[in-house]
Each structure stands twice: as structure tokens, then as C-alpha cells.
Design a protein around this ligand. Structure first.
Ligand code: GRF
Length: 201
């Protein structure tokens, strides 16, 4: 498609990066409305970093333990994102709480994927909790990031059935397959509708 200006998205990870990879792969399509300009991890040993580098994406490790407090870590993260010209921040298994100031600066431009049908099962161990409750449906949610954890406006959801004999692993795999489809679609929606070119400073 000629004339498409791809919006610049940075992906934040802490681990294996399978969702990140689904975003990188989707963004390779010429008509996808976003490009992945950087992958940043708060852990230097995150497997996702080498997967991103192998895909030719700029990577950075920002070790949170090297900073005296959350605001100083977030300030450096913000600087790095802007240095990459990021317009959108995608949290893909990023296991750090972000400060209110950082969240406000990127509000409307920062999305997260959570492995449950929010508002059910905020927080950790979502598959275990869904099974323990005898839920018949489970799934994943892409939402805007706000100061309160897993609570921002919902952009998209995908449901999967809970099947007899499911374990957290089998259910988690079924949910993850949906995450890999939902997240690229949700990022594309945001990129197409994002107002303005620059995040607030
Ligand atoms: C996914 O389950 C995602 O929903 C959650 O963290 C996990 C990240 O997995 N936020 P991966 O690193 O993308 O493989």
C-alpha cells in the first residue's frame, strides 16, 4: 500500500518473547500499519532479546537493579523509547510495575496483553485460577495501560473453551495461540487510529 506511514512501536519484554515475535512477524507485512523499532528488556538474559536481534530488530537491556528507584529506571526507559522515536509502547510480558508519571506520559499509546478475560483474573497465575474456579471459558485481553494493574480500557479480547482434563499448561497453550493472533491485530487497530505523531513530554 503506498502512502502508509507505519507508526513506530517499541516492545518491552522480560522473558521468552513469543508475543513479541508474533508482533515482529506481523509487522513484516508491507501493509501492516506499525513497525517494531526496538525491543527493550529489563533482564539482559531474556530469551526474547536474542530472538529480536535475530530478526534484525534493535535491542536494549535496561537492568532495573542498576537504578536506585522506580522513577530513575522509568526516566531512562522513557529516554530510550524517545531516542528510538517510539510512538507506541507495547508491553509483551514485561514484568515491571511502571510509575504513574511514566504511564501518564504514554497514556493512549501503551498497551498490554494479559492472559485472562479481564476483568476476571487480574494479576498472576490466571490459568491456575480459572481452572480452580471451574471456569468454562478463559482467554486473553489487550488493553490500554493505566496506573492500576490490568485495569485499562479493553481494546480486544479472545475467548477459548476450558476443556475437560485441562491443566494450566494445556489451557495456557490454547490461550497463548490466541494471544499471538489477537495482539498483532490490536496493535494494528491502535496504529491506524493513533492521533498525532508524538507522545506527550
Ligand atoms: C503472556 O502469557 C502474556 O499474556 C503475559 O506474559 C506472557 C508473556 O509470554 N503478559 P511471552 O514472553 O510473550 O512468550
Amino acid at each position: 500500500m503506498s502512502g502508509l506511514r507505519k507508526r513506530r512501536a517499541a516492545v518491552l519484554i522480560s522473558g521468552r518473547g513469543s508475543n513479541m515475535l508474533s508482533l515482529i512477524e506481523a509487522a513484516e507485512a508491507p501493509d501492516y500499519p506499525a513497525e517494531i523499532v526496538a525491543v527493550i528488556s529489563n533482564r539482559a538474559d531474556a530469551a526474547g532479546l536474542s530472538r529480536a536481534a535475530a530478526a534484525g530488530i534493535a535491542t536494549a537491556a535496561l537492568d532495573h537493579r542498576a537504578f536506585p528507584d522506580r522513577p530513575s529506571f522509568d526516566a531512562e526507559l522513557d529516554r530510550l523509547l524517545r531516542a528510538h522515536g517510539a510512538e507506541i509502547v507495547v508491553l509483551a510480558g514485561f514484568l515491571r510495575i511502571l510509575t504513574d508519571g511514566f504511564v501518564r506520559a504514554w497514556e493512549g499509546r501503551m498497551i498490554n496483553i494479559h492472559p485472562s478475560l479481564l476483568p476476571a483474573y487480574k494479576g498472576l497465575h490466571t490459568h491456575e485460577r480459572a481452572l480452580a474456579d471451574g471456569a468454562t471459558q478463559h482467554g486473553c485481553t489487550v488493553h490500554h495501560v493505566v496506573a492500576e494493574l490490568d485495569s485499562g480500557p479493553i481494546i480486544a479480547q479472545a475467548a477459548v473453551p476450558v476443556l475437560p482434563g485441562d491443566t494450566p499448561e494445556t489451557l495456557g497453550r490454547r490461550v497463548l495461540a490466541e494471544e499471538h493472533r489477537l495482539f498483532p491485530a490490536a496493535l494494528a487497530d491502535l496504529a491506524r487510529t493513533l492521533p498525532g505523531a508524538e507522545p506527550a513530554s
